[in-house]
Design a protein around this ligand. Sequence first.
Ligand code: GLN
Length: 484
Amino acid sequence: MHNKTIAEISAGLKAGKFSSEELTQDLLARIDRIDGKLNSFVTVTAEQAQAAARAADERIKANKATPLTGVPIAHKDIFCTEGVKTSCGSKMLDNFIAPYNATVVERMHAAGAVMLGKTNMDEFAMGSSNETSFYGAVKNPWDLERVPGGSSGGSAAAIAARLVPGATGTDTGGSIRQPAALCGVTGLKPTYGRVSRYGMIAFASSLDQGGPFARTAEDCALLLNAMSGFDGRDSTSIDKPVPDYTATLKDSIAGLKIGLPKEYFSEGLDAGMAQAVEQAIDVYKSMGCEIKEISLPNTHLSVPAYYVVAPAECSSNLSRFDGVRYGYRCENPSDLTDLYERSRGEGFGSEVKRRIMIGTYALSAGYYDAYYLKAQQIRRLISDDFTQAFADVDVIMGPTSPTTAFKLGEKTDDPVSMYLSDIYTIAANLAGLPGMSIPAGFSNGLPVGLQLIGNYFDEGGLLAAAHQYQQQTDWHTHTPQGFA
Ligand code: GLN
């Protein structure tokens, strides 16, 4: 049962082949049996899940089901879940029971999806390997000595290991696409503003965007249908109708113009990866797509600009964790300053502290113009590169990540090399564009991700291109050994 996709589950539930309760129990037992090896869940909400599954079965019987009714899913532990611990991977929020649901969570509940639990993540979504989590690293199911990517590594690993068919993630600089690539699953970062950020714990508000993970593009379309849409409680949410993303999956892609940025195929790219990506492009050629080399000349500036903008915004967003209102508070503070200093000093991990310090520095008087303003100007140049590119092409493709999954511990002492893991993903966040990663083969036995970047609000186009590739290839069906 655990090998079914969301579309298959949805059809099976509707046809009465199995119940949501049976399926939920099966997956909960599987999580119980297997997740000790992976550490992909921070919290498993077994009782709540069983109750939700029973309610879903009733709803299906009453003919009031949506395509997600009774479908088990998991939420990244960055989304507030009413009455359930919402840790954001941090000691700071280890004792935090959210008093309300994030809009994404609320919409998934309303659709009848059954939440099995909350997935592990890098602390406050800062990281590319899941190693900054207070709850310990997540292991990659393809090789337990390797990282699953980050920051949404728990969601990606849980799907790859068939513990759950779909999950949510967030992507500030690549945190949906890069773990999807490293774990061999499908992930989509929507256009900035497409999915509400209300109740999604803020890291860098001008970049953060929630989105779905699943095994297939079709399943991502089903999840995105439920997640998207205007929300008056998020001032950056965009009031634009949500199309049915499943309706356009089969739209012809013959004649689709695909741009390959030459900067995405430069030295840093691993040879096995490059080969897999080129083969994927050949599949698109055989489907009648036109391939064109393009240039995104400011690509090399995206990581430096991001590491000014994101820390600056995080230093501001994380100032609310002060030991006073909620979250971690130090023992026996001697005065107010001691309370602030020790609560933050003890509650945050070292990567989060590094970012807060960089951000505070970049925003301080005298440095603002030199760093923050400069980074914002570069952001505009990067965004203009894409505008120009999309005048000639419909979709941009390339590798999602420069390497396959690296070893646990390999980059923890070298933050810059860790930051470079997102060299191909960050630009889409700076520009606010939608992006996807889909499984496109293997290099030395480890999954390779193909990245698709689309124009604003062209999630439908990306999903169609991804879906049709998945009709021609079977990379997305491969299961890591020991998790079949
Ligand atoms: N790896 C990047 C970072 O550490 C991106 C993280 C994310 O997208 N949340 O900031």
